[in-house]
Write a protein that binds this ligand. Structure first.
Ligand code: THU
Length: 134
């Protein structure tokens, strides 16, 4: 999957960013990803008057993934209110890891990286599986 059109994916993320509901932080975020069946999913942040309840753009994207048929993410990008690349927060790296295809790529501020590079030695479904089934 080295033939990813990052610019197009970033444009979709920017479109999602324009739908953000971020009246408290005034920091709109958009995210977009390619699914292993070729679908594209996207999301925006949705804040709340109870600040801690706000949803990151990645939460919205992962919900979109589930609602449109599931699957695993092969390429991901995220942008800020200027359309510039934004690194997913720590919690969202974990969210993405759960739904990532092996070797999922992310467009980052320091180049294209794999999910394993941005969340090394990740905790995930395998640890639960190993504990329960040996
Ligand atoms: N935000 C995201 O949507 N994704 C990230 O990975 C970083 C932070 C949102 C959360 C909040 O609505 C706003 O950016 C400011 O933190």
């Amino acid at each position: 999957m080295s033939d990813i059109d990052w610019e197009s994916l970033r444009e979709i993320a920017t479109g999602a960013m324009r739908r953000a509901y971020a009246p408290y932080s005034d920091f709109p975020v958009g995210a977009a990803a390619i699914v292993d069946d070729g679908r594209v999913v996207s999301g925006c942040n949705v804040e709340n008057a109870s600040y801690g309840v706000g949803l990151c753009a990645e939460c919205s994207l992962v919900s979109n993934l589930a609602m449109t048929g599931g699957g695993n993410l092969v390429a991901f990008t995220c942008v800020d209110g200027n359309g510039d690349i934004l690194m997913p927060c720590g919690r969202c790296r974990q969210l993405l890891y759960e739904h990532s295809a092996e070797g999922m790529l992310l467009e980052t501020v320091s180049g294209v990286k794999t999910i394993d590079e941005v969340l090394p030695d990740a905790f995930g479904p395998r640890q639960l599986e190993e504990f329960h089934n040996g």
